[in-house]
Design a protein around this ligand. Sequence first.
Ligand SMILES: Cc1cc2nc3c(=O)[nH]c(=O)nc-3n(C[C@H](O)[C@H](O)[C@H](O)COP(=O)(O)OP(=O)(O)OC[C@H]3O[C@@H](n4cnc5c(N)ncnc54)[C@H](O)[C@@H]3O)c2cc1C
Length: 523
Amino acid sequence: MSWSGWGDPARARELPEQIRTLLHDLLGVRAPAVPAAALEAVRVPPVALPGPLVEALAGVAGAEHVLTTHEARVRHTRGKSTPDLLRMRAGDGSDAPDAVVLPGSHEEVAELLRLCSAERIAVVPFGGGTSVVGGLAAARAGFAGVVALDLARLDRLRSVDTESMVAEFEPGVRAAEAERLLAEHGLTLGHFPQSFEYATLGGFAAARSSGQASAGYGRFDDMVMGLTLATPAGTLDVGRAPRSAAGPDLRQLVLGSEGAFGVITSLRLRVRRAPAERRYEGWRFASFAAGSAAVRALAQEGLMPAVLRLSDETETMVGLAEPDAIGSGGSGCLLIAGHEGAAESGRRQAVSAVLARLGGEPLGAGPGEAWERGRFSAPYLRDSLLAAGATVETLETAGFWANLPRLYDAVRLALLGALGSPLVMCHVSHAYETGASLYFTVVTPQDDDPVAQWERAKTEVNAAIVEAGGTITHHHGVGRDHRDAYAAELGPVGVSVLDAVKSRLDPAGILNPGVLVPPVEPA
Ligand SMILES: Cc1cc2nc3c(=O)[nH]c(=O)nc-3n(C[C@H](O)[C@H](O)[C@H](O)COP(=O)(O)OP(=O)(O)OC[C@H]3O[C@@H](n4cnc5c(N)ncnc54)[C@H](O)[C@@H]3O)c2cc1C
């Protein structure tokens, strides 16, 4: 993984000259004056952890699994939001952990949490490092140091129960590897977020992820049948049946807890038979409103394909739904319907009938196949745009159908108000009977301080989402970036419930301080 951008550096994409010209002429984008820093030049604070504490960590995980090198610290600094990348490109490694620790078992995680609680060392659970909400930057104040707890060594598929269709995984398995391991059994998880190649199963559970095929397979939290959480107060193991009436479902307390309540060390996940075939098709609608009505009809008539994605007029025009064909999009609004499994032909016909009835024009397999080819490549484009002087960032929300147009307008207006005349694109890619998510992509010229420029815009948008009655996040999570808006969404009683859980499971407040809930004040 690139330390200051996305993915495999060998797959980095040069920006075509016509897009560079378009950015300059249309948005006024100019190349940044200072080129990106080299890894060796990133400024990290001196290691704050005293030597004996580093040795104590090594005593638990093994000396070879405790890293304090400059490179290891830089590679575990923050996540992959655009402000994260901009800071790294500027050589700002001020949030670097003092050490990276790679535990090899649940027992080692539990022992490390006991040690760190006793010595007041902050612990940041680290999966794939793809957080886009500031979920990996711990508040340091009052701690002897900060440790990134990298779960990469917990990377096994432990068991597969093909009768119940449940597979048990360790948390550090990346999604792509999970699919490879399951394919050996003819199975799939069906979780394909855009971060698929790098994000981990533990990270999906911790941040309540949702993948591109959520219409057919559900969100990640729908897939979690059970899990194990190591906490400073002991081990929590929940989920012994698919559903239960035994009190509140504590699985839901762990899902979305973002490393603030404990470290997920095992996951029992629902799996499905791998589909024999996949067929992705394009449809065109006259407007976003007409396309949204068709998506709603499918959701409410129980006719969801595996993938259902509707781009608004601007996203369709730019061609973002087909990243390999940027700049060659058409008019109206593009809808992608992805069908999976041999038995899907009946459903495919029923879906097509609804889409045609509601004004959709079939475009055949071409746009669907282009979307499938480019589905994981857009993040590479972000790196090229950042280097060219454009800020490009995404944000998301969700709401009930009746409120969705208001939410859409509120977010767009907030972005236009904060950034002048940015390019704002949107799509619906997670839909339910009662509502849907809205996913925005914004492109704007960088000013002299692009991080502060984006943070101002983000503050405006967060306020607009709360005001317009949407949720602050549909699948990116809370982290630090959404913490205040999340508190506004929950209200004071809700926040006090989270505080109570946190202080019971993590009395010393060492777990991911500042993420999800405000950090515990140092004594
Ligand atoms: C280019 C790009 C595309 C993305 N596309 C999508 C998308 O389509 N859908 C989507 O839902 N998200 C998407 N994301 C966001 C991100 O991939 C998800 O939030 C994902 O769930 C994070 O997984 P991770 O393994 O990288 O976790 P990390 O980023 O390492 O961690 C995320 C949070 O979970 C905590 N955590 C991690 N592992 C554990 C554990 N085992 N126990 C307890 N806490 C833990 C961390 O401390 C942190 O707070 C995208 C991000 C990027 C950069």
